[in-house]
Design a protein. Structure first.
Length: 122
């Protein structure tokens, strides 16, 4: 999340560890693990990630993607370039019929992203 906070220019990264929970709420094996972290990725909503404690299992991200609407095409290009560093671009950032710029990638951490720009933005 610190890498993502840097990419998005966030100054308000908040991290909560499982050890921050009251003793009777914690799960064995979670000591030192992050429960969730969040920061402001833009004016409308935070970007938040939540971990799954050991023993709960997960099927992975599958075809799920994180979507981010950048305020401008230039900002979308910056974010897309930073996220794609060490990752794999699936659809290069380019104009689309619904957006001045849209692209898809999987970053170096294995997270799939869709980066877009709202219609009418420059």
């Amino acid at each position: 999340m610190t890498a993502y906070a840097t990419i998005f220019g966030a100054k308000d990264l908040q991290v909560m560890n499982f050890s921050d929970l009251l003793a009777d709420q914690g799960r064995p094996g979670t000591e030192g693990l992050v429960m969730h972290a969040q920061f402001s990725a833009g004016p409308r909503a935070p970007l938040m990630d939540c971990d799954i404690p050991p023993g709960m299992g997960t099927a992975g991200m599958g075809w799920s993607s994180v979507f981010h609407a950048a305020p401008t095409v230039d900002r979308a290009k910056e974010i897309f370039a930073a996220l794609s560093h060490g990752g794999e671009v699936e659809l290069p950032l380019a104009p689309g019929s619904w957006s001045p710029a849209f692209g898809m990638l999987t970053d170096r951490f294995g997270t799939r992203w869709m980066i877009s720009v709202e219609p009418g933005a420059q």
